[in-house]
Design a protein around this ligand. Structure first.
Ligand SMILES: [Zn+2]
Length: 109
């Protein structure tokens, strides 16, 4: 079992989440070539090691988080909330952003 520490809900089983994919910087729309767009849309590094991914807590708070995860061991070393959209209020900040102690990332097999 893999535990993912949600920035808002705490550690939860990975089955509550949907894996969205690797975090890839978006190319500049005004200057990107078709090859750059194709790479952004379809090509993934899929490393054996540390990667930053986006996960969606579909069975919990229904928010997105960025997770730094080792793809071989499933160890999680950091979790960050994604940027808050304009429709969310400042009260929607995760506990870590409000000064509460950060939750420890845990992982079990
Ligand atoms: Zn959550």
């Amino acid at each position: 079992m893999i535990l993912l520490p949600c920035a808002w809900c705490g550690s939860r089983d990975a089955s509550e989440f949907q894996h969205v994919g690797e975090v890839i910087p978006r190319p500049n729309p005004a200057a990107a070539s078709p090859a750059q767009w194709r790479g952004y849309l379809y090509l993934r590094a899929n490393p054996c090691g540390w990667t930053t991914e986006t996960w969606y807590h579909r069975m919990g708070c229904r928010r997105y988080i960025k997770v730094e995860r080792h793809t071989e061991t499933n160890e999680v070393r950091a979790v960050h909330p994604t940027e808050v959209s304009a429709s969310r209020s400042s009260q929607d900040q995760p506990p870590e952003a409000s000064g509460a102690p950060a939750r420890e990332a845990r992982q079990r097999r």
